[in-house]
Design a protein around this ligand. Structure first.
Ligand SMILES: O=C(O)C(=O)C[C@]1(C(=O)O)C=C[C@@H](O)C=C1
Length: 86
């Protein structure tokens, strides 16, 4: 930072982070809810627990975040449908 730049307002930025985290948490909880509803309906209709092409779509969506984006997509999927191989 050079002498002409204003120092960032850390308190305001932290407040924004806190709000974003609250929003993200709400959205993740809703995503889990929806994923479980879809999964239960599909299995009640004799379908599979996993839909590979949908999971690939979700994983691709987070690719722009790099390897951790892949991990994040896998965590979101796992929260909704449970771990694989069970
Ligand atoms: O889209 C579905 O059919 C879902 O069950 C939702 C979802 C997801 O969480 O995105 C969960 C499990 C499936 O394997 C694929 C996608």
């Amino acid at each position: 930072m050079n002498s002409t730049e204003a120092a960032p307002d850390i308190d305001a930025l932290r407040e924004e982070i806190d709000q974003l985290d609250a929003e993200l948490l709400r959205m993740v909880k809703r995503r889990i809810e929806i994923s479980k509803i879809i999964g239960a309906a599909r299995m009640a209709a004799g379908g599979t627990r996993i839909v590979h092409n949908r999971e690939i779509d979700v994983i691709n969506r987070y690719k722009e975040l790099g390897p951790e984006g892949h991990n994040l997509a896998m965590i979101l999927l796992k929260l909704g449908r449970g771990p694989l191989g069970r």
